[in-house]
Write a protein of this length. Structure first.
Length: 309
């Protein structure tokens, strides 16, 4: 009888491809008991199975349609808990499925949305653009992203991520109003900083509820002619001479008590110019219904006499 060289590990049996060619009938019989892994250069490349075992595997996997149905059931379970709105469309751009979040936002049930043209789901201002972008994704196989302002109500922004998804495309649709507002705020602050950098004798900043400086804006350092480390952590009132200091403390208490903004004249202490007369403007920073801090602007009075209210 020809020799049979095999490797066994647990309940597995492996055999080099050259050996299985020489002794195929032997390994065919052995495959009735358990699968035989066929090695190529020491690595498994194929498996020899009995017909009965192969039939069992197919039965466990189910038909192609059954496997697809299981996949879609798992997808629906996942999407039911997703905070992102989801729409799946066919190649003809008709709705195949939507998740609960999308149905709520569109104010229609999933069954009412089924087979509806994608273009009919969105306001006319955006429908054509969404439709054409989705069509291009299906044709090219390349994902796309759209960002748009809501045409219903004001102040809401949405992002649509469109990706190929057989047989058509999937649209993931989320509210990005908060991120957009933060981006707008960052752009506004950058512009404000650029403007302040061109202005002399003007400074801005923020005070917390305890009257301490919250960060040190470059415009304030420039007005005081002092380095950041000598200003950071200071109380706002400490920037002024004794008489103005008492006035500032009273104004801070006034604003934190919810009594509104204040403007006044004061004398600020600079490093190389001594005491400099300034105009001081203080306003409450409000979160919800509470005053959480104070924003201030200081103008060097030597720049000219503007009337005070």
């Amino acid at each position: 009888m020809a020799s049979t060289h095999s490797l066994t590990k647990g309940h597995e049996q492996s055999v080099p491809s050259t050996e299985i060619v020489r002794n195929f009938p032997v390994w065919q019989n052995r495959s009735n008991e358990r699968p035989v892994y066929i090695l190529h250069h020491g690595r498994p490349r194929s498996v020899l199975l009995s017909l009965d075992r192969y039939g069992e595997l197919l039965a466990g996997l189910g038909s192609q349609s059954e496997r697809e149905e299981r996949l879609y059931q798992q997808l629906d379970t996942l999407l039911a808990y997703s905070p992102v709105m989801f729409i799946q469309v066919s190649r003809e751009l008709r709705v195949l499925r939507v998740n609960h979040m999308a149905a709520i936002h569109l104010d229609r049930s999933a069954s009412e949305l089924a087979e509806q043209p994608l273009e009919d789901l969105f306001p006319p201002a955006h429908a054509h653009k969404i439709n054409e972008s989705t069509r291009k994704v299906i044709e090219s196989g390349m994902a796309a992203q759209l960002k748009m302002k809501s045409s219903v109500g004001t102040g809401h922004y949405y992002r649509l991520d469109i990706a190929p998804f057989p047989p058509g495309a999937a649209i993931f649709w989320s509210d990005v109003t908060h991120d957009t507002e933060l981006g707008t705020l960052r752009a506004w602050r950058e512009t404000q900083d650029a403007l302040l950098s061109m202005m002399t004798g003007c400074a801005t900043g923020e005070i917390d509820a305890d009257g301490m400086l919250t960060g040190v804006h470059p415009s304030l350092r420039r007005l005081l002619r002092r380095r950041q480390e000598t200003v950071a952590g200071s109380g706002f009132a400490e920037l002024f001479d004794e008489e103005s200091r008492r006035k500032c403390l009273l104004h801070v208490q006034h604003i934190m008590a919810g009594k509104g903004p204040v403007c006044c004249r004061a004398d600020i202490i600079t490093r190389d110019r001594g005491v400099v007369p300034v105009r001081l403007f203080l306003a409450p920073k409000i979160a919800g219904n509470d005053v959480v801090g104070i924003l201030f602007t200081i103008l060097d009075d030597s720049l000219g006499n503007l009337p005070m209210r």
